[in-house]
Design a protein around this ligand. Structure first.
Ligand code: SF4
Length: 332
């Protein structure tokens, strides 16, 4: 594994929060202690998938299918992560992911956007065995865009090699989560802003596309600060060349987040705040190809039983597709 970030273990990551001015820290072992059971997953069954409409870099709506591949969990232990629930504890068996994808591909109608999400890092050989990379590339080579997730510190020549096997564009999705260095440090994500920036530079150098995930808001950011904080993070991702920046509403459910939420250490957004933040983000100056999305997968959790949730979801889908609370794009 190559690392352009120059990261060394000299940097110490630890999540520190305060209850009544008393510091409380969460490291990987403490985060693990709070975990509940995993969900039952079976790498031998066809994986789940969802299809949505998403505007491409020209603003044309495309069918975007997300395939949830089942393999080994991510080696990082981010404070807010709940993806480990859908993974296996042992290394992914060679051939398993190719078999999973082969089973599900006939259900995907158009060869437009495919997201191969494995709840881990696509270029971690424990999660995606080396011998499977070319087989997976062959299966998705005809898609216009192939999206995979990867931690900014896991850079390697396998990324451009994989991209070179595709006829379409490879887009690498990375969790930046926040552009505030101190808060990023508190997430136990084992990365710095420089790691993200270096990863962006690496991907752009290889003419690859970047998708960035941001938390709305990260743990430790108050409701009052959420809009300002998130907008600063979106701006940073846009400046670093992110083609797609997606805000993910913070959610409980991984154990530690539930405990923190009940102790007032995290502030889950409500629907109104999410909409206000999204509307502001959509009005930021950005390049013609750069899109900003609000992730709508878990929106019910923000709604507090609001009866207008279905119409709010419809409205937000429109914002995602048209890239604005008005129907026009904002160009630089
Ligand atoms: S890097 Fe991503 S998959 Fe890994 S623990 Fe963090 S949020 Fe979860």
């Amino acid at each position: 594994m190559l690392s352009r970030s120059g990261y060394t273990n000299r940097i110490r990551f630890r999540s520190t929060f305060y209850i009544n001015s008393m510091p409380i820290s969460f490291d990987s072992s403490r985060i693990l202690e709070w975990r509940g059971p995993r969900k039952p997953v079976d790498p031998n069954l066809p994986p789940a998938f969802v299809t949505e409409l998403e505007p491409d870099e020209n603003g044309v709506l495309k069918e975007a299918s997300t395939v949830f591949l089942v393999g080994k969990e991510c080696p990082f232990r981010c404070l807010m992560c709940d993806l480990w629930q859908y993974t296996t504890e042992t290394s992914t068996r060679p051939g398993s992911l190719v078999k999973q994808l082969t089973q599900i591909l006939p259900n995907i109608q158009h060869r437009q956007i495919i997201k191969l999400y494995n709840a881990s890092n696509f270029f971690d050989l424990q999660a995606v065995p080396k011998e499977d990379l070319m087989g997976l590339a062959a299966l998705v080579q005809d898609f216009e865009t192939v999206v995979v997730e990867n931690h900014p510190r896991l850079l390697s020549s396998r990324i451009p090699d994989f991209a070179g096997r595709l006829h379409g564009q490879l887009q690498v999705a990375m969790g930046l989560e926040t552009a505030d260095e101190n808060i990023l440090n508190s997430l136990n994500k084992q990365m710095t802003l420089a790691d993200y920036e270096n990863a962006c530079a690496f991907l752009l150098e290889h003419k690859l596309s970047i998708r960035t995930f941001l938390l709305l808001p990260p743990p430790g950011v108050s409701a009052n600060d959420t809009l300002k904080h998130t907008i600063a993070s979106v701006q940073h991702a846009i400046r670093c060349g992110s083609d797609v920046t997606s805000m993910i509403p913070l959610r409980p459910g991984n154990g530690i987040m539930d405990w923190m939420s009940s102790n007032g250490l995290v502030h889950l957004p409500d629907l109104e705040l999410a909409m206000q933040t999204f509307a502001a983000a959509l009005q930021l100056p950005r390049g013609r190809r750069q899109r900003v999305f609000l992730d709508l997968w878990n929106l019910e959790a923000l709604a507090n039983n609001r009866t207008d949730l279905p119409s709010a979801i419809q409205e937000l889908q429109r914002w995602n597709r048209e890239q604005g609370p008005t129907s026009s794009f904002y160009y630089k």
